[in-house]
Design a protein around this ligand. Structure first.
Ligand SMILES: Cc1cc2nc3c(=O)[nH]c(=O)nc-3n(C[C@H](O)[C@H](O)[C@H](O)COP(=O)(O)OP(=O)(O)OC[C@H]3O[C@@H](n4cnc5c(N)ncnc54)[C@H](O)[C@@H]3O)c2cc1C
Length: 458
C-alpha cells in the first residue's frame, strides 16, 4: 500500500482518504470499524439506506415495513465525524489514477482515494433469460420487495374481481422459483397468507384455495442446510399446502404462464399470474472492471479473486469484500461480508500505524438460518442441524441482534407479535405504482436511450 496519498497537485492531504463503495453489510461494517481511525472516509452508495436483505421477504409479504429493514445510512452513521456519504452510482474504478467515477444526480464526479474498499455485492441473475424479469421480480432490493407485495396482494384482489373461474385460478396460483432460503421463506409466507392471514377478507374467493408451487432445480430444497433440515423443511412446507418440486427447471414464462422441465425430461406449462424469482445472483459489473485492469478473470458468478488479506492482487491499497469477493471458504452471506469489511478496515489502520505485513482474513462461520413457517425454522451451525421451534427461537434472537437500530428492533418485535401470534399482517398497503413502476422506469430509460441514439444519428 502506498504511503498516505499525495494529491495530484503534489500537496499532501491532511489525512488518508478511504473510499468505500456500498453501504451493505460489507461497506457499513468497514465504515464503522474506521470510526476512530485517522482517516477521512467517503461512503458511496446508489441507495440512501442500509438494507437488511435477510428480511426482504417479510416486507414482500406484509409483515414488516420497508423502513424497519432499511434505515437511512446517514442516520445510522450520523455520529461518525470522519465520514461523508455520497448518494451516487459508481460507474468505474481507475486503479492507476486511484479514482472512482460516479454519477451523482446526473453529474459525473471523480472521487480520489488512498485506500479503496469495494463492497458492491451482487444482483439478481435470470441465467441468461433477462426477459423473465418482466414477469418475475427478484428479491434483492426494497423496490423488488414492494413490487412483490403489490403483485401478491394484488393477485388476490384481481381474483376477487374476476368472473371467469379459470382466470381466477390463474390469479390464485403463485410460483416461486428457487428452493434456497429466500424461495422457501417466500413460499412459506405466501401459504401462511392464503390459509390464515387473509381468511374472511374476501367475498367471492376463498384465499385458502390458492396454489403455492415451489420449483427447485437441485435434488432438494435448502441443500446447504443438510439432509435432515432439508427434509424437515419440505415436510413443513407441504403441511402448509406448498407443492414442492425438486429437479424442476423453469424454462419459459410470460404474463400468464410458466413452463417447467422436470428431471425425467417432460415439460409442463401451468397458468400462474404471480411469479417470484429467488433462483440466482450475479456479481456487480465492478468486479469485471477490477479484474480487467489486473489482467484476471472473474469466477462464474462474476466475483473477483482476492489475496488472503482480501486485497486485490497487485493493489494492496484496494480491498474487495462481501459478496463481490471470491475467497476460499467464505460464503456469500451477511456474516462473511461484515467480517471481511471489518478486516479490510483493520488492515488499513494497521498500515497507517506503520505495522508491517498483512494478516490473512479468517472467516468465523456462525452458521445459517431459514424460516420455514410460523414458529418453524432450520439452522446449520458447523455440524449441528437445528430445526423446529428451537431453530425459530434462534432465528428470532439472531435477527433482533443484527437488525440495525434500536427503533427498528422494537418495531420488528411488535410486527412479529402481530404476525406470529395473531397471524395478521400489519403492512398490507399496495399502490399501483409499486407494481408497474419498475417496468415503466425501464421502458422510460430505454426510450430515453433510443431518443439519444436517434438524435445522434439524425
Ligand atoms: C433475499 C436475501 C436474503 C438473504 N438472507 C440471508 C440470511 O438469512 N443470512 C445471511 O447471512 N445472508 C443472507 N443474504 C445474503 C446477504 O444479504 C449478503 O451476503 C450481504 O448483503 C452481502 O453484503 P455486501 O456488502 O457484499 O453486499 P450488499 O449488502 O448487497 O451491499 C451492496 C451495496 O452496494 C451498493 N451498490 C452496488 N453497486 C453499486 C454502484 N455501482 N454504485 C453505488 N452503489 C452500489 C448497493 O446499493 C448496496 O447497498 C440474503 C440475501 C438476499 C438477497
Amino acid at each position: 500500500m502506498a504511503p498516505d496519498g499525495e494529491g495530484p497537485d503534489g500537496k499532501r492531504p491532511a489525512r488518508h482518504r478511504v473510499v468505500i463503495i456500498g453501504s451493505g453489510f460489507g461497506g457499513l461494517f468497514a465504515a464503522k470499524a474506521l470510526r476512530r481511525a485517522p482517516v477521512d472516509v467517503t461512503l458511496i452508495d446508489r441507495t440512501n439506506h442500509h438494507l437488511f436483505q435477510p428480511l426482504l421477504y417479510q416486507v414482500a409479504t406484509g409483515i414488516l415495513s420497508e423502513g424497519e429493514i432499511a434505515p437511512a445510512t446517514r442516520d445510522v452513521l450520523r455520529r461518525q465525524r470522519n465520514l461523508e456519504i455520497l448518494l451516487a452510482e459508481v460507474d468505474d474504478i481507475d486503479l492507476t489514477a486511484r479514482t472512482v467515477a460516479a454519477n451523482q444526480m446526473d453529474r459525473t464526479i471523480t472521487v480520489p482515494y488512498d485506500s479503496l474498499i469495494v463492497s458492491a455485492g451482487v444482483h439478481t441473475s435470470y441465467f441468461g433469460h433477462d426477459e423473465f424479469s418482466h414477469y418475475a421480480a427478484g428479491m434483492k432490493s426494497i423496490d423488488d420487495a414492494l413490487e412483490l407485495r403489490g403483485r401478491i396482494f394484488g393477485a388476490f384482489e384481481s381474483a376477487e374481481a374476476e368472473p371467469d373461474e379459470a382466470v381466477q385460478r390463474a390469479w390464485l396460483t403463485f410460483v416461486v422459483v428457487g428452493g434456497g432460503p429466500t424461495g422457501v421463506e417466500m413460499a412459506g409466507q405466501i401459504a401462511e397468507l392464503s390459509h390464515h392471514s387473509l381468511r374472511r377478507n374476501f367475498r367471492h374467493i376463498d384465499p385458502s384455495q390458492a396454489r403455492v408451487i415451489l420449483y427447485e432445480g437441485g435434488e432438494e430444497i435448502l441443500a446447504p442446510f443438510g439432509r435432515h433440515n432439508s427434509k424437515s423443511a419440505r415436510k413443513v412446507l407441504e403441511q402448509l399446502g406448498v407443492e414442492v418440486h425438486c429437479g424442476a427447471f423453469v424454462t419459459d414464462m410470460d404474463d400468464e404462464t410458466v413452463e417447467v422441465r422436470f428431471a425425467d425430461g417432460h415439460t409442463e406449462r401451468i397458468e400462474a399470474r404471480t411469479k417470484v424469482w429467488a433462483a440466482g445472483m450475479t456479481a456487480s459489473f465492478l468486479g469485471h472492471r477490477l479484474a480487467e485492469q489486473i489482467g484476471a478473470q472473474v469466477d462464474r458468478q462474476g466475483r473477483v479473486g482476492v489475496l488472503p488479506d482480501c486485497s486485490l492482487p497487485g493493489h494492496p491499497e484496494v480491498f474487495v469484500v462481501g459478496d463481490l469477493m471470491a475467497l476460499d471458504g467464505v460464503p456469500g452471506m451477511a456474516e462473511g461480508a461484515m467480517q471481511s469489511g471489518r478486516h479490510a478496515a483493520h488492515e488499513i489502520e494497521r498500515h497507517l500505524r506503520g505495522e508491517e505485513g498483512r494478516r490473512p482474513f479468517h472467516y468465523v462461520d456462525l452458521g445459517q438460518l431459514a424460516v420455514v413457517s410460523r414458529f418453524r425454522a432450520v439452522a446449520k451451525i458447523g455440524w449441528f442441524q437445528i430445526g423446529g421451534v428451537l431453530g425459530w427461537l434462534l432465528w428470532l434472537v439472531v435477527h433482533i441482534t443484527f437488525l440495525t437500530g434500536f427503533k427498528n428492533r422494537l418495531g420488528a418485535l411488535a410486527h412479529w407479535a402481530i404476525s406470529f401470534m395473531g397471524r395478521n399482517r400489519a403492512e398490507r398497503v399496495i399502490t399501483e405504482q409499486q407494481v408497474i413502476a419498475r417496468q415503466m422506469i425501464k421502458a422510460h430509460r430505454e426510450g430515453s436511450a433510443d431518443d439519444e441514439e436517434a438524435d445522434l444519428a439524425g
